[in-house]
Design a binder for this molecule. Structure first.
Ligand SMILES: [Zn+2]
Length: 254
């Protein structure tokens, strides 16, 4: 099977988009479409032509360039079947458990509501790559705009169960902001201390801290660590349920 290449590019103030390219067929997908010009520039840099768009959720920083990209390239646009605010321009709506083919590669659709009700993530099991949208962030998770804490907790548990080596592309550069909160609730976590030091060095050089892996998040992301005794101790919630600990963490993060 031919190899896929992944190319991440920044847009707007702190968003990331990703191009997925199959060298054999020439097919190229873009995950989300917040800024058509940024995506077209990234495509032109590689000499790639957009054939597919994978939309994670309806927010404007993920869909604002959808119609312009579609008009410019004629790409096939895939997006969430679960609706909150309707997305104009979708050619295909997909839901939890659906399996797509992109240039002969499997793409599994996961519904991970919480940030929004329509949030879907795209998982490429053969490559071990997850596009987490605004559900899971480096050292954080999405704000609860439409879902409740229990809905988001359930979604995060689905992602936690992916193979630890899974590479996670999230949609924003939030590591330092999230890390400032994480270190407050998990101050003695050496993995977190090391990761933050590394992230600060990357950001000083204007390098991305995305992607990460499920394994890294399990070791350092407080929203994956509701069961951790040190975090529970810090919150004075030793005997609380994981959901209650997660809910408290999400509330404190603001
Ligand atoms: Zn969003």
């Amino acid at each position: 099977m031919s190899q896929l290449s992944f190319f991440q590019f920044p847009y707007l103030s702190d968003n990331y988009g990703v191009l997925i390219h199959d060298a054999e067929s020439g097919d190229t997908a873009c995950v989300d479409a917040g800024d058509a010009d940024a995506a077209l520039t990234a495509l032109a840099e590689h000499g790639w032509t957009l054939t597919h768009l994978f939309i994670t959720h309806h927010h404007a920083d993920h869909t604002g360039g959808l119609e312009a990209l579609k008009a410019a390239t004629g790409c096939h646009v895939i997006g969430p079947a679960p609706e909150s605010v309707p997305i104009a321009g979708l050619d295909q709506r997909v839901n939890d458990g659906d399996e797509l083919q992109f240039a002969g590669h499997t793409v599994q659709v996961m519904h991970t509501p919480g940030h929004t009700l329509d949030m879907i993530n795209y998982y490429l099991p053969e490559q071990g790559v997850l596009f987490a949208g605004d559900t899971l962030f480096t050292l954080g998770c999405g704000k609860l705009f439409e879902g409740t804490a229990d809905v988001m907790w359930n979604s995060l548990n689905t992602l936690m169960a992916l193979p630890p080596e899974t590479v996670v592309y999230c949609s924003h550069e939030y590591t330092l902001e999230n890390g400032a909160f994480a270190i407050q609730v998990d101050p003695n976590n050496q993995n977190l201390i090391d990761r933050l030091r590394n992230a600060e060095a990357l950001r000083e050089k204007n390098q991305p801290t995305v992607p990460s892996t499920i394994a890294e998040e399990l070791l350092t992301n407080p929203f994956f660590r509701a069961a951790d005794p040190a975090i529970r101790q810090h919150l004075n919630m030793i005997t609380a349920s994981d959901l209650d600990v997660f809910t408290e963490l999400r509330k404190r993060r603001g």
